[in-house]
Design a protein around this ligand. Sequence first.
Ligand SMILES: [Zn+2]
Length: 283
Amino acid sequence: MSSNRVSAPIVRTYREFGARQSPLGRMRGLVRKAAVAGLSAKASFKGQSWVRFPCYHHVFADERKGFERQLQYMRTIGEFIPMDDAIEMITGGSPIDGRYFSVTFDDGFRNCLEHMMPITAELGVPVIIYLPTDYIGRDASTPSDAERMLRFYPEDPKLVEFLNWDECRSMLGHGVSFGSHTVNHAHLIELGADAITDELKRSKEAIEEKLGIACRHFACPWGKPVVDFDPAVAPGIARALGYSSFAASNRGAMRAGGDVFMLTRDHMVADWENFQLRYFLSR
Ligand SMILES: [Zn+2]
């Protein structure tokens, strides 16, 4: 009937996306949540000055409410600024005079257009989306593309739609900017310097050519220092290629004079409660 031979359904909700959690995993999650609830009561932002980079991956249809609530909550803690301003604030040589958030999204999923942007544009929250350029424009109804998309999560294959270049371009006027997340969503720790250079260079060129913007920012796939990239190698390559920042995925705040080629980011999921955000964002 259909020429689409790939049987996996397109994931459209967070429920479908995260359906695999075991009962034990769920139990651990609940215990952790209870511990965080206790600790968050003591958390305070008083006297803190920093820039933080919330790191999201998706806003599925069933995450919109939670995502909006989280942005509203963060707004009570600090001010939202674009990535260029955040980097300038950290490197500019002046003390940081308050608390700032610069929201980041990895992977370039289409749900950023469908469910993220209506909320961020409405609230005036700037966002940078890091694109793995070879996935951009792949179409789940084309079997070879669908097979490639399924392998985006090698350990747990599932089909999540990506943005295409026209969609990315259409987002530019709505507070959205774009950075690189390699060409192939590459695991940089497994690559030599030449291959890393290739991933960072070709993705930057593709974004600049397709979108007509400067691609100044890079986020490392998975992003854990030592585990997913060599801190002595990859950030230096990014710098040499003309990037202005290199984002990792270890948690924490950035302060004036911090190393923007080792940006810490706070991983977040839209269904977390405000007390969970309060705990992670105050550490
Ligand atoms: Zn990624």
